[in-house]
Design a protein around this ligand. Structure first.
Ligand code: C2E
Ligand code: CA
Ligand code: CA
Ligand code: CA
Length: 277
């Protein structure tokens, strides 16, 4: 290819991505106001290994657009943040998760829902009061919710983020650091964060049985976290071999397709009642 050819190709790719972005923004705006039936939440259990019980379930958003088809959250969450729509997305997530948390309590299960927050959410001064209002309205206790945040969400303004997270803790929510190991947190910084759990990113867990470098990383994170009195969750547990290793090394919770896929709330309740309580 000539350099002009490459430039044309680059330009075409850029236009395609740009058009896709615009379509996602406009369709998402539509989905957020239209009775919201294109958006829904699914839940994936976190199994506590010692007790053999599901103590938490992660809330994961799904968007089935009538025009774009299934759009993965990895694609649209970032765009929603940049387009100023993440507040509305998070509102939907929180409200739905609280309604489902109530449903879970009523079914007799003792499970806490873990909600993913993005950087913009944490710095949104209204977020906590919105959560409080929904909890009050649906009469759900704060102990039924926990939150997952990524290291990269915090780096923009670490001091302010720590203050915000402290407010979450004061309200009784537990916090986990998501995607742990993929960011740049120093130990000193980690120590300042008011979090109670670390979640090892699935990139270190997916091939755990085959990859000795991943084994070293995971064992190191476990040792480090436990020294700081933090609980550890491994995500992306896809097979029996990784489950076995994680058990041996004293990992606290596991989550992944080998345990249970993300499913809707009624299915999750049935699954937990049958398999893990
Ligand atoms: P995450 O928070 O790191 O979530 C873990 C992802 O791994 C989820 O993908 C989950 O479905 C997937 N997963 C679970 N078990 C396995 C497994 O055994 N193997 C493999 N390969 N994958 C597994 P999902 O649902 O597509 O979400 C992708 C990302 O989108 C999430 O990463 C999170 O950053 C974001 N996200 C999802 N839902 C929400 C939400 O409600 N709000 C916000 N702000 N972000 C969300
Ligand atoms: Ca997560
Ligand atoms: Ca992850
Ligand atoms: Ca993530």
């Amino acid at each position: 290819r000539t350099s002009v050819g490459l430039l044309v190709k680059y330009h075409e790719d850029f236009e395609k991505r740009y058009a896709r972005r615009l379509a996602i923004i406009s369709e998402l705006k539509h989905a957020l106001v239209s009775a919201q039936s294109e958006l829904k939440m699914v839940y994936q259990p976190k199994l506590e290994l010692k007790a053999g019980k599901v103590t938490h379930a992660e809330a994961l958003i799904r968007w089935n657009s009538s025009t774009l088809g299934f759009v993965p959250p990895d694609e649209f969450i970032g765009i929603a943040e940049q387009a100023g729509l993440i507040g509305q997305v998070t509102d939907f997530v929180i409200k739905t998760a609280i309604i489902d948390a109530k449903r879970i309590v009523e079914s007799g299960l003792d499970i806490c829902i873990a909600i993913n927050l993005s950087a913009k959410d944490i710095l949104n001064p209204k977020l906590l009061s919105v959560i409080e209002q929904h909890l009050k309205h649906y009469q759900v206790d704060a102990s039924r919710l926990s939150f997952e945040i990524t290291e990269s969400d915090l780096v923009a303004d670490p001091k302010k983020a720590v203050d915000e997270l402290n407010r979450f803790r004061e309200m009784g929510f537990s916090l986990a650091i998501d995607d742990f190991g993929t960011g740049y947190s120093s130990l000193a910084y980690l120590k300042q964060l008011p979090v109670s759990e670390l979640k090892i990113d699935k990139s270190f867990v997916l091939k755990l049985a085959e990859q000795s470098s991943d084994q070293q990383i995971v064992q190191t994170i476990l040792e480090l976290a436990h020294n700081f009195q933090l609980g550890v969750i491994a995500e992306g547990v896809e097979n029996q071999q990784s489950l076995k290793l994680l058990k041996e090394w004293g990992c606290d919770w596991v989550q992944g397709y080998h345990v249970c896929r993300p499913i809707d709330v009624e299915d999750m309740i049935q699954w937990c009642l049958q398999n893990a309580q």
